[in-house]
Design a protein around this ligand. Structure first.
Ligand SMILES: O=P(O)(O)OP(=O)(O)OP(=O)(O)OC[C@H]1O[C@@H](n2cnc3c(O)ncnc32)[C@H](O)[C@@H]1O
Ligand SMILES: [Mg+2]
Length: 173
């Protein structure tokens, strides 16, 4: 099985590898555009970004499965939630989606995103670190290192892998 991951971000690539470790799979990572804003601003936009990357990965990498993972934010009356979504695209099914952890971003971060900054660079600036998005992620910073971005995305990719195998079994019946 050839699994194409629509990102070069190691936090995302390793999440996919964790969740598909049982299967005999070849993993290929390609930088696939999300087709939405660099900083998605709703669940729906974030989901669309994940689906676009999954479909793009499947087609460009000519694999059996394409996987897209996308981080975004979602405005609520309580403040700005960080949200995380993933999608699997295959040749014989509609894309499958799954959502991950959500938590409120501190107001000083949220305010910067609302005026157009991207979370990646804002986190580097806030934490005085480089490439937070490829390592612990915002989730790692704000949980005091208790859960990092790869672990957070592994929950999403396991939800995807589980739904994928369930559907494949149904098709085979
Ligand atoms: O290379 P790609 O796959 O694009 O990976 P990315 O880190 O840019 O991730 P996304 O495009 O999915 O995320 C959209 C934006 O939100 C940022 N972001 C999302 N989650 C983050 C996190 O946990 N820590 C830091 N930045 C995050 C990210 O850097 C982008 O600016
Ligand atoms: Mg990005």
């Amino acid at each position: 099985m050839k699994i194409i991951i629509g990102s070069k971000n190691p936090a995302k690539i390793n999440a996919v590898k964790n969740s598909f470790s049982q299967q005999e799979a070849e993993f290929i990572s390609l930088d696939i555009p999300s087709g939405v804003n660099a900083q998605p601003f709703s669940d729906e936009e974030t989901i669309q970004g994940a689906i676009n990357r999954a479909v793009g990965a499947l087609n460009q990498g000519s694999g059996n499965i394409g996987i897209g993972l996308e981080g975004g934010v979602h405005e609520t009356s309580l403040g700005l939630l960080l949200c995380n979504w993933g999608a699997i695209a295959t040749h014989n099914m509609e894309p499958i989606i799954a959502g991950g952890a959500r938590f409120l971003l501190p107001e000083e971060i949220a305010a910067r995103l609302r005026v157009g900054e991207e979370l990646g660079p804002v986190m580097d600036d806030y934490a005085k670190m480089k490439n937070v998005r490829k390592h612990e992620g915002a989730v790692g910073i704000f949980t005091n290192g208790m859960i990092n971005r790869m672990e957070m995305f592994t929950h999403v990719t396991t939800l995807l892998a589980g739904q994928y195998t369930y559907r494949q079994n149904q098709i085979r019946r």
